[in-house]
Design a protein around this ligand. Structure first.
Ligand SMILES: O=C(O)CCC(=O)C(=O)O
Ligand SMILES: [Fe+2]
Length: 630
């Protein structure tokens, strides 16, 4: 929870650890420069930032010079963010090999040299006067191989702290900066550990700024297509306001011990015996459920495809312009679809690097369904299904290994109902999906247990047809025996794995947007500052500005005063939250739910709740900073 401003903590052991790291050579690849670039290239590194060269010193001037002895490093003081930090960096440490691009908002994007994937994080620069300049970097990285068939469920999280160093060549006028520190990596992939625990390891972090580079030659950041947005607005003129997620966050406030944000804890909703299946009843309210259903029904027919036993619309991905071989993220979707996916990110189900980029909306008439299948190695193995309009049943079938000879195709023998191999088997468990509920499955459940919705007009819940119904305790009717099928719609949300390295800015746009949502903050209207704009102070965290000492020994009376004020604000805020909830209850009890007044008022109240949450995040930042100072 605490921000780590380790280097300024007095005399701590951590400081000693850091001191040893910072005196290590800044650049660990100590080969000579000409073999450096070829070494990187043979590792498959494709530099994605034009105008910065991997022969990051003047290779002619340096040829024949031993880089290890030619380069000197010293602690950097008076670091200017735009001149020294903003731009591309080369990172070469365990698990992180490739480019880090620091943008002007102090966001950091990772583009791997080997394999595929993405990363996003935020950096803080801490001026410690003549003691040098420290940095912290919180980076989330989701990586996989080109032909990965079992991709991880969760991203890796790196917490890096260290010092910024000035790097110079003795024999030339080449100058650059490096980041030297330690990383703490958290891996929470249950597939990797038998005990299903988070694993934390540490290691050395080194990165070198790729100088020289030319900011004006940067490719433009990806932006949603404004014309398309206008079309979507015309097709769906009424704005959708969803607030169940903010309500949930308010209710969970303070419950997630040690967790900064009020994310939903999936473990609370685990059902059945297959690892990785969760069911959340009333994920959206009845009114929200009705409004989302309405938009699905109102989607023009041209945007839907009618398949044999279901109707589908799909949002979020497009074919790569460059290779035409891989899907890439396309954040051009109607605002209401984006809102539905935002809820999932806000709740912490998807994270900034596993951001939803594939939304498949199904409509089923009675007698329709989707035959047993697994979603396959094309997505991050995490799926959410929001059920709408009527109750339906998801059957999970006995475990199957992927085809050993064709691992990429293990979903091929599917979409058959009772005439198929899997469909003939009795499900081992079933989940009854009531309207407004969210079914989630991930990891093992995702890869090995086929799921499907039958095409029968009545689903019999007796064990011989459906296996055990594992979420009865969460249903309105816990004794339900049969489900008579009516029109049903569902929204399936996933991250479709990009299989090429092209167009990284598409994912970076989506990640940066998701970062704000995941951190329960307002998404700025301009997500990327223009290349010309000067660096903005981090909108993310209270880093001290250059020149301001992090610890001001004179400040303690003011600190006490500030702490008292923060305490006061927190108490006031609790009262406001309670007040809002009471007003909502009174309105719900006294005014007809369909009246416009009720709707408008609840919109205003929901905005107010949102503001309170944002205020809350800010106050927590201040509290953290205060704690650090103690
Ligand atoms: O409609 C549903 O409930 C499930 C859809 C599904 O399994 C899929 O899209 O892969
Ligand atoms: Fe599926």
């Amino acid at each position: 929870m605490m921000r780590r401003l380790i280097p300024v903590r007095n005399g701590s052991a951590v400081r000693k650890a850091l001191a040893t790291v910072v005196t290590a050579n800044a650049l660990r690849f100590t080969s000579n420069s000409s073999s450096l670039s070829s070494q990187l290239k043979t590792k498959g590194f494709v530099n994605s930032t034009p105008n910065c060269s991997f022969d990051f010193a003047d290779s002619n001037a340096l040829s024949g010079v031993d880089l290890a002895t030619d380069i000197t490093t010293e602690l950097a003081t008076e670091v200017d963010f735009v001149s020294h930090i903003y731009g591309p960096w080369l990172v070469m440490t365990d698990d992180l090999q490739g480019e880090l691009f620091v943008d002007k908002d102090k966001f950091v994007f990772y583009r791997p040299a080997n394999g595929l994937g993405y990363g996003i994080g935020v950096m803080e620069v801490i001026d410690a006067g003549e003691n040098g300049t420290a940095f912290t970097l919180k980076l989330e990285v989701y990586g996989y191989e080109q032909t990965e068939t079992v991709a991880p469920v969760f991203a890796l999280r790196f917490d890096v702290t260290g010092m910024i160093k000035k790097v110079s060549s003795k024999s030339t006028d080449y100058r650059t900066h490096s980041l030297v520190g330690i990383w703490r990596k958290t891996d929470r992939n249950p597939l990797l550990t038998a005990e299903k625990k988070e694993v934390t390891t540490t290691g050395q972090f080194n990165a070198a700024k790729l100088e020289p580079w030319n900011p004006s030659a940067l490719p433009p950041n990806w932006e949603p297509n404004r014309e398309l947005q206008e079309v979507f607005k015309a097709v769906f003129p009424e704005e959708l306001h969803l607030s169940s997620h903010t309500r949930r966050a308010l209710e969970n406030k303070g419950k997630n011990e040690g967790k900064k944000y009020n994310h939903l804890q999936l473990a609370d909703y685990a059902v059945g015996n297959i690892p990785g299946v969760y069911y959340i009843p009333n994920y959206v309210s009845e009114q929200e459920e009705a409004e989302i259903s309405q938009r699905i029904k109102n989607t023009p027919q041209e945007l839907k495809s009618t398949l044999k036993k279901r109707t589908v619309q799909e949002w979020g991905c497009t074919m790569c312009d460059e290779c035409q071989k891989s899907f890439v993220t396309d954040a051009n979707m109607p605002a209401w679809v984006q809102q539905c996916t935002d809820m999932l990110v806000y709740d912490g189900i998807f994270t900034p690097t596993t951001f939803p980029n594939s939304v498949r909306i199904h409509e089923y008439e009675p007698g329709e369904g989707i035959g047993p299948h697994v979603d396959g190695p094309i997505y991050v193995p995490l799926v959410t299904v929001l059920s709408l309009s009527s109750t339906c049943v998801m059957n999970f079938y006995p475990r199957r290994e992927p085809y050993p000879d064709k691992p990429m195709e293990h979903y091929n023998d599917t979409f058959k109902f009772s005439e198929g191999d899997i469909g003939r088997e009795t499900p081992i468990q079933s989940v009854v999906m009531e309207p407004g509920s969210l079914l989630i499955f991930e990891g093992e459940a995702y890869y090995y247990y086929p799921h499907g919705v039958s095409d029968k007009e009545v689903s019999d819940l007796a064990p011989e047809f459906s296996g055990e119904v594992v979420n009865r305790h969460l249903l309105k009717d816990a004794n339900i025996q049969k489900v008579e099928r009516k029109y049903r719609a569902s929204i399936t949300t996933r991250n479709l794995l990009t299989r090429c390295q092209h167009q990284p800015t598409r994912a970076e746009y989506a990640m940066k947007r998701a970062w704000y949502v995941y951190n329960q903050r307002t998404v700025p209207s301009e997500l990327f500052p223009s290349n010309e704009a000067s660096a903005s102070e981090p909108s993310l965290a209270p880093a001290s500005s250059p020149g301001t000492p992090v610890v001001d020994p004179q400040s303690s009376p003011r600190l006490v005063q500030l702490e008292a004020k923060v305490d006061h604000v927190l108490k006031q805020q609790e009262k406001i939250v309670r007040g809002i909830e009471e007003i909502k209850d009174i309105i719900a009890a006294s005014i007809n739910a369909s009246s416009g007044y009720q709707k408008e008022t609840s919109t205003i109240l929901n905005h107010l709740s949102q503001t309170v949450l944002e205020l809350d995040a800010k106050v927590e930042d201040i509290t953290d900073a205060l704690e650090e100072k103690k």
